[in-house]
Design a protein around this ligand. Sequence first.
Ligand SMILES: Cc1ncc(COP(=O)(O)O)c(C=O)c1O
Length: 383
Amino acid sequence: MGKVIYLDNSATTMVLPEVAEAVRETMTVTYGNPSSLHGMGVAAERILRRAREEVADLLGAQPGEIYFTSGGTEANNWALRGLAHALKRRGRHIITTAIEHASVLEACRLLEREGFSVTYLPVDSQGIVRLEALEQALREDTILVSVMSVNNELGSLQPLEEIASLIAARSPALFHVDHIQGYGKIPLPIKKLNLAAVSLSAHKIHGPKGVGALYLRQGIRIEPLLVGGDQERGLRAGTENVPGIAGFGVAAALARKALPGSTEKMHRLKIRLAEGLLEGIPGAHLNGPEPQTGAPHILNISFPEVKAEVLVHMLEERGIYVSTGSACHSRRQEVSHVLKALGIPLKYMEGAIRISLSQLNTEEEIDEAVRSIKECVEELRRL
Ligand SMILES: Cc1ncc(COP(=O)(O)O)c(C=O)c1O
């Protein structure tokens, strides 16, 4: 592969060398089963304990509140279904937003089929949940509110403090946050927000794929999603993915060390990128929040008269990797449910690309990407 400019970090990130080394070591040296009584098992158990501390530290939680999962999708499924089932005697109403990740939305659809009712809150033109809609939706029998901290397609930040206050004032509902795009990038005051559950994923912070975690506040009751073993305090059965978890721990420790410089750097690069594209390409249209606000690493921008898929492939030929909408949907060639929820015209939806940064990107890469995107858009418009 020639020179690569990787700008699809909301889809996944490169594993850092220290993370890869930790994974390799737990596969080839400390490869015991944490449930085994002998020394190899004890060594593996120690690796799990250390990783749990690192993952908890980056969130500001206690290690005993972290449960490892197979990734963000499982954490979201478990939070929604596990909490709904544990609380169903108190009520059957759940609130979420129209722009959540599919792993929250599809879990809600499953719950609807089981007799729960779900309110999907609308968002404004910047992709921010409408608080007046939440105020109206909250009821005595609302058991759970699930809202993401950072939208993965737009980078919009949700007003979690206001949401937490409304919940506290109007209902006994628990509050779950999908923090998969925000973890290690923006602070989440779990205590102040009185969060019951938070979903995390390793591969968005330079950790391995297929490993994540659910934070559950001490004392919160949840139904297990997987049964058949005592792992994760009996709530998530199955031999632990020790290599993945070890890598997750190292990635979390490195992310914590890199703060706040990493966030400031991404934010600066995002503004440079946004200014370059908006000023340099006629008709370029920003979807979601203004570059100064929003998450430090995600920019969603449309170029009318250009099909996003064609642009993505043209850029790929130049070694530049971006995505159309969210990577999870982009193979299905459907219009993104997030862009639909913004209510933007079709011409902007079809030409929308998502550019997402990591702390490893450089100013030179951003300038090269701006130049290339401008040239490709001009060429496509000429055709
Ligand atoms: C906001 C959000 N939630 C959940 C997920 C799913 O996480 P995972 O890929 O670890 O299953 C993603 C991944 O793109 C995401 O961006």
